[in-house]
Design a protein around this ligand. Sequence first.
Ligand SMILES: [Cu+2]
Length: 175
Amino acid sequence: MFKHATIAVVAALFTVGTAYAHATLEQTQANPGKAYKAVVRIGHGCEGKPTIKVRIKIPEGLLSAKPMPKPGWNIEKIKGSYAKTYELWGEAVKDGTTEIVFSGNSLPDDEYDEFVFRGTVAKELPVGTRVYVPIVQECTDGAAERWIEIPAAGKTSDDYETPAPFFDIVEQPRS
Ligand SMILES: [Cu+2]
């Protein structure tokens, strides 16, 4: 969309992020074996239309994902199998919440909101992994914004118009 192209140009000129432009994650780093609190920021609606549903795909390797209740919004937790089996607190885990859906309310285009969930990063996830969290915003009149693009080899999220938000797995700080 032209609006996004304009924002990208401005970002390139002033080296500011497009943080408020798209669906983004507040915290862009996580540590293996530790909890990760995902704060999904929805910065605008679909071409001016209000957002009425936010669907979040829980990425592979983020275990035991749990949404934070959000007043005024219904929450649906879709369960499924993980691609792999992980070890968490000494137990094998191979399934859990794989999608979280917030619905039943309306977020106007000229307002901003946050949708929160939390999970434990599998300790098996290697440092340096970039974890993408695809998000679909559904709006009134059947409109939607699909933040689901994951860069192909040799490309970055900046090369896409509707990139999926992401966080990086980094080494734990030494204590
Ligand atoms: Cu945007």
